[in-house]
Ligand binder design. Structure first.
Ligand SMILES: [Zn+2]
Length: 476
């Protein structure tokens, strides 16, 4: 199946995105696409100082030329993130309140508004947002458009994340990064020349974000096999059937070869379509992403800089490949299911454990809330472990067929010039080890550590990783 056929198939199941155009000099068609998708509407082109230079001003000129009433808004702040403050900024842009948007952008002591009060009645007078940039600008425009009951157009400038076409936006609200449910863009116009010309480390970050679907897919297979969360019949194949191919040219990606980067970008977009079909980020992330979420939550910096989503995910992905290697070495055919059920703590004990683990984090109740939702009753624990025991051989084969051993993934990351050691993002191995208890309790999505807690083999997945000969051996 070629790229055109894959995209057509993906568009057919995507619930929000109706137009995905990708090719050389594709941005020249953006004005025409806008007019088709949003006839008679006014546009606000949202860019930052970098993306304005590489693409924004060209798109702006083309929109004006095409007779579309257009305003540009260039975010001037050097360092801005997908934080709620900036969602309020893009909200105001939809209403045409540009000066107030600028004031919100520049406020250093901004108090976040209530997320539930952000929704407005749709109006014919509102502007349509045109996101010109990478993941952050796209996520801001996505959530704001949803607040006003309207859709938007996005022009990605880098193959840096899979969020462009995803259902949901990752936004930090009251100190913790959360996925806000909101529809993906109506239209995506991807100019391959612009995307391939993005800074190398952004493309490497996107490669790592796509590679994360390898261990994430393995954890989904596990959840499917033990009866917790079935594979989605459409969301699974749309990306996973082609994933190996999309990851197969790290050298070309590192060199910025337009064809290699186009393949990578297509993979990232298909990942978003899979999330649209599943109405969840399950097809794109599991434990691999949670390492990044904790680092975001604690405002982790390396040499004063926050590390990109993809770079953080690279470390999580490698770590999970190593964890899955350890998991596949175990044997559950003799598991004493009843002893495990007997040893399984009560909900209250688990809630107490979560409160302890999260005590000093910026979101101290997060673990408590998560465990309250994903706690399994003793009967459910019994059923999950019985399935693991009974089907172990086939589960092992299915996971082995999907996952990449640690060494293979690390070699790919070296070639693509993504981080291949936690030290590359300023995280020591001891720090990484300390994140594990939090990982299990970060999100309600069932992960391999949840099963490990139930089956009493949690230590076997973590300790050897940092012991002599382990992937992240700690030299004491
Ligand atoms: Zn991601």
């Amino acid at each position: 199946m070629n790229s055109k056929e894959r995209i057509a198939k993906a568009l057919a199941i995507s619930t929000d995105t109706k137009v995905f155009e990708m090719g050389h000099d594709m941005s020249s068609c953006a004005a025409e696409t806008f007019t088709k998708c949003f006839p008679g509407k006014k546009a606000v082109i949202v860019a930052d100082t970098n993306t304005w230079k590489v693409l924004g001003d060209k798109v702006y000129a083309a929109f004006v030329e095409a007779g579309i009433p257009t305003v540009s808004y260039i975010i001037g702040k050097e360092e801005f993130h997908a934080h709620w403050q900036y969602v309020e900024m893009t909200d105001l842009l939809i209403e045409g309140r540009y000066d107030e948007a600028r004031a919100v952008e520049n406020a250093s002591d901004h108090i976040e508004s209530d997320r539930d009060k952000a929704f407005k009645e749709p109006s014919e007078d509102y502007n349509i947002l045109v996101a010109v940039g990478s993941g952050t600008i796209n996520d801001l425009c996505k959530l704001s458009s949803y607040h006003y009951g309207q859709q938007y157009l996005t022009l990605p400038t880098a193959a840096s994340v899979d969020g462009y076409s995803a259902f949901g936006a990752s936004i930090t609200y009251h100190g913790s990064k959360q996925t806000f449910s909101c529809p993906a863009p109506l239209a995506i116009v991807a100019d391959v020349d612009v995307i391939a010309g993005a800074p190398k480390e952004m493309t490497a970050a996107g490669y790592a974000d796509l590679a994360a679907k390898i261990p994430a897919g393995a954890e989904w297979i596990l959840a499917d096999a033990i009866g917790v969360e079935p594979l989605h019949p459409q969301a699974w194949p749309i990306l996973q059937d082609y994933l190996d191919g999309f990851l197969s040219d790290p050298q070309g990606v590192a060199e910025g070869d337009p064809d290699a980067v186009a393949d990578l970008f297509e993979g990232l977009i298909l990942s978003g379509f899979a999330m649209q079909a599943a109405r969840s980020s399950r097809p794109a992330s599991c434990s691999d992403h949670l390492f990044s979420h904790i680092l975001d939550m604690t405002d982790h910096r390396f040499n004063g800089q926050t590390q990109s989503h993809g770079f953080q995910v690279a470390v999580g992905t490698l770590t999970m490949c190593a964890v899955l290697d350890l998991f596949l070495k175990l044997d559950f055919s003799d598991l004493d299911v009843e002893a495990c059920v007997e040893a399984w703590p009560t909900l209250e004990q688990e809630q107490e454990r979560a409160l302890q683990i999260f005590r000093d984090l910026p979101a101290p109740r997060l673990g408590y809330e998560v465990i309250s939702q994903k706690y399994s009753t003793p009967d459910e624990v019994r059923a999950q472990l019985a399935a693991l025991k009974k089907d172990w051989q086939s589960i092992k084969e299915r996971i082995a067929a999907k996952s990449y051993p640690f060494g293979k993934m690390q070699a790919l990351f070296k070639t693509v010039e993504a981080p291949y050691d936690p030290a590359h993002i300023g995280v020591s191995r001891t720090q990484l080890k300390d994140l594990f208890p939090i990982i299990q309790l970060m999100r309600t999505r069932y992960n391999v550590f949840d099963l490990a807690k139930r089956g009493g083999f949690y230590e076997s997945l973590v300790e050897p990783l940092f012991a002599e000969g382990g992937a992240w051996e700690i030299n004491s």
